[in-house]
Design a protein around this ligand. Sequence first.
Ligand code: CA
Ligand code: CA
Length: 160
Amino acid sequence: MKSVLKRLAAVVVAGVGVVSLATAPAQAATVITAHLEIGFNTGVPAARTINLNVHVPMNEYDANGYLIHGARIQVRFYGSDPGSDPMIYGPITWYRGDYGLTAGADGIHLDYGWEVPQGSFLNEDSGFANNGDEVYIVAKFIDGDGATISATSNTEEGIY
Ligand SMILES: [Ca+2]
Ligand SMILES: [Ca+2]
C-alpha cells in the first residue's frame, strides 16, 4: 500500500511538472550579462566595428518559451561623462526571429555586430580638450509581461 501511494505521488508530481512547462517558463529570469567590444576595421574606408554580446542564462525550453511569449532584448548606448551619462544611441530591440537573437542550451543570447564610420554616435566627446570617448551599453531583458532585468556592460575607450 505504501509503495502504491509513493507511485501515485510520483505520478502527480510529474503531471504538475508537465503542465507548468506547457504554459509558461518554469523559472523567472534573474541574471543578465552584457559585453561591448569596439574595434577597428582597417579596410577602405576605415570603420569602427561594434559587437554586442548579451546573455540571459536559463534552460533551452524556457528560452524558447520566453521568446515565443514576446520577450525581447533592448540595448541603449551611453557615453560616460562626469555627472550624468547621456544616451547616445538606441533603444534597439531584438525580438524572436530577429537576426542575432537565439535560444540555446544555456539560455538566450544576443550576438550582433555592425560597422560605423569614424565620427559616428560613438564620438560622444568631441571637445578640443577632451576628445576621448568612453562608451558602454545597458541591455535589458523584458519578458512578455513587461518584467525587466538589466545589465551594464564594460566601458570601451578610444578616439571614436
Ligand atoms: Ca565621455
Ligand atoms: Ca571623441
